[in-house]
Design a protein around this ligand. Sequence first.
Ligand code: GLY
Length: 604
Amino acid sequence: MRTVILSTVSWLGLGLMVSGPVWAQDAADAVAPEAGSAAAAGDAFGGLSEAALAAIEAKEAGRPVEAENWMVAAANPLAVEAGARVLREGGSAADAMVAVQSVLGLVEPQSSGLGGGAFLVWYDATTGAVTTLDGRETAPLEADPRYFQDENGEPLGFWDAVVGGRSVGTPGTVRLMEEAHRRWGRANWGGLFSEAIELAEQGFTVSPRLAGLVAGDAERLQRFPATAEYFFPEGTAIAEGDIKVNADYAATLRAIASEGSTAFYTGEIAADIVRAVRGTETNAGLLSATDLALYDVIERAPVCVTYRAHEVCGMGPPSSGALTVGQILGTLDYFELGALGPLQAESWRLIGDASRLAFADRGRYMADSDFVPMPTEGLVDPDYLSERAALIEATDVALESVAPGQPEWDHAMRLADDISLELPSTSHISIVDGDGNALSMTTTIENGFGSRVFVRGFLLNNEMTDFSFRSHSDGVPIANRLEPGKRPRSSMSPTIVLKDGAPVMVLGSPGGSRIIGYVAQAIINQLDWGMDPQEALAAPHLVNRFGTMDIEAGTAAEGLAEPLGALGFETNLRDLTSGLHAITIGETLLGGADPRREGIALGE
Ligand code: GLY
């Protein structure tokens, strides 16, 4: 049972700030916490435990949360509390993830849920092995590379592609939850959904962030009757503090809890998903019952790169996450960032150009390696990265031009470059359990509110728009083109950092393709500049993907705009709403939660 504790704790994450102008596609990300809200955390989330309130206080004060045995960090306190209960009762990190994800799908439906996909990195305390599970969505088998092109072969406009059934890929999250539990769980599967079911049936408190995002997406959310009915009952947007019941979600969870993922991938739920996708009035999709019945989670080898004598391990293709984070860090390993500081232009010249070089390779080479040959090992080979570092070393200003390199590859293939939009939604879960197992999972329905198609109490993803809309450029194929059954390239970067074979850091973030920069920076902040996890997550962001140096507005990093401009970077002040969640493992566990969002870290 949830306990309601009245508190006067102030909460950085309560106020709403819809900033502008921002790119329309970034609008879903633009609700950021504002300091100084007078509302109490207990009210905002409908009553939290004393431990959760203390975690919020720590976050407000800029302190990490400390624990001896276990810890969980995620994007909403109700979801974190569900995971904490599982861990307190002796459940594993995989058990806790199932509880956290099922609550997140209810209270943070815009970011992740049953209708989406996820990547999971697991450190096994018994064997010392790192394993990754790929629960990414697949393209419908009836789709082809021209799926997002008009009759002249020209790419559709982004929003014309996103909203509606066309952008929906086969969801992977439910099967991933089940597979992780089958491998590493020890709690009763059905019981892991009880908290989410209770919240869905009795009602959860609509958070400030959810309310703000619903209001900001009113037109698109009201295009489809089921979506409008849930988010705009009787035509009015759900508001902060409303008690929201989601009986359909509870029923879906009950079916999964009693019958397993089969209840989702076959039968009536699957039939309803297919009907919803193929039946949208505009932009109907091609997802079929066959796609759902055939869906499988894939175990893949982790991608690990050495940085400052640590192993940084994460998710390989179809995610570009670990490869691109790894390329950035592997290149920077040739420079002494520790001798510089976090707010020095030279640090960001090095990080910025290492990122630009990595993103150039990402655009050329990275995609679903089950469909496209990839130089996966060559991209993070230290000799190759030393060549890339030499390009940066040869100058003391921004690189004039940046192009993909030629990593070692026993394959001859011409590929064209691609910049696919990946927009900031998504959610990240970090967990360490009482046995020392560690779990890092980034989970998404892609854009805020995904395809906006709502069925059985949850939203369906728009992950297909992570593919390149163009299949070729001047007759040369693009690696991340859409193909039937293929998984779109991701930027999600669930990460576990190891030292001498033991995990020392578990982290990840939402943020579209900026995830890569957020995660790389959080690691640099800790390994080079000695920050604790809360400081590392709160530090002002600078992110460079395709050339422009994004600088977090309203922070001390603004002071870098002028010197970086003088070095030749194009700079852009903007919100950079990461949602990092990190746990470090040392003599004790230390947890951090991104002050830009509503999450907390909690442990005992
Ligand atoms: N859709 C966000 C990502 O996969 O990176």
